[in-house]
Design a protein around this ligand. Structure first.
Ligand code: APR
Ligand code: ZN
Length: 252
């Protein structure tokens, strides 16, 4: 598949700005009325008319070249996140390694959820090799295929501890909604990441990403158990921060 260049991706989410406001670009801290403070390779001269863009949904304005630089520093998955308000443009994906997500209902109740059964999610990820970085050089002669996210140490192996990891949700209406959204997060590779575990200090290992899971069933010795009345709302908020909302849950 042919990829879009970083410039094309960024342009897709922008509206034109006729006269830039007398404000600084919060990416480079230089005035929006002047050139981008970003001077990297591949940043050429630009006509003034297209040097500033407004993100279509949230309205925040930046130098076009600052947005391109920010996109190039990320995982280049075709999505863009406003650095001011975190609005996500496109579909954000992560760098979770290959593996399996399964779930089933078990006939027991969780502390704090006496009236329903329990959903058990089982994640399994084997150890593997971190994905090699593919450089993304755009020439005017050919389209470049943009590889997915890059792991911290491409070419090096990663470990995977504590798998299969078992997680629990109440089998209530809200718990099932969270499950639907977690399945989407899994497909978008956002549940786990590769990095340094804050629990064990081990580097180059599979770690939980930004969405909290409950891994304890009948007790709460780790703080990752029940009861926790705010848990489902917290998870819905964390999923929203990854760009996964209830509307996604209805569509897929
Ligand atoms: N259960 C659920 N979430 C946890 C746990 C746990 N036992 N320990 C940490 N977390 C949360 C943290 O609160 C943090 O938000 O995961 C996030 C990342 O923490 P790390 O310690 O970096 O993650 P990781 O090394 O993947 O997990 C540590 O979680 O499921 C267990 O077997 C796993 O013992 C390992 C522990
Ligand atoms: Zn700027």
């Amino acid at each position: 598949r042919k990829g879009k260049t970083p410039e094309e991706v960024v342009k897709k989410y922008l509206q034109k700005v006729k006269s830039p406001p007398e404000e600084d670009c919060t990416i480079c801290m230089e005035p929006l009325g002047g050139p981008s403070g970003y001077k990297g390779p591949g940043v050429g001269p630009m006509s003034r008319a297209e040097s500033v863009g407004r993100l279509a949904q949230c309205g925040h304005q930046y130098h076009f070249q600052c947005l391109v630089a920010m996109y190039n520093n990320g995982n280049k998955d075709g999505s863009l996140q406003c650095p001011t308000c975190k609005t996500i443009y496109g579909v954000k994906t992560g760098n979770q390694p290959a593996g399996k997500m399964e779930y089933h209902v078990i006939p027991h109740s969780l502390p704090g959820h006496p009236d329903c059964k329990t959903i058990r999610i089982i994640y399994n990820i084997p150890p593997g090799l971190q994905v090699l970085h593919t450089s993304c050089v755009h020439t005017h002669m050919e389209d470049v295929e943009y590889m997915g996210p890059e792991h911290p140490n491409p070419g090096k192996p990663f470990t995977a501890r504590g798998f299969p990891r078992h997680c629990y949700l109440p089998d209530s209406e809200k718990g099932r909604k969270v499950l639907r959204l977690l399945l989407i997060a899994w497909d978008r590779r956002l549940i786990f990441s590769v990095g340094t575990s804050s629990t064990t200090g081990e580097s180059d290992t599979v770690i939980w990403n930004e969405v909290h899971h409950k891994t304890e069933f009948g007790s709460n010795l780790t703080g990752h158990g029940f009861p926790d009345p705010g848990h489902l709302d917290n998870v819905l908020e964390e999923l929203r921060a990854q760009g996964i909302t209830e509307e996604d849950g209805l569509m897929e």
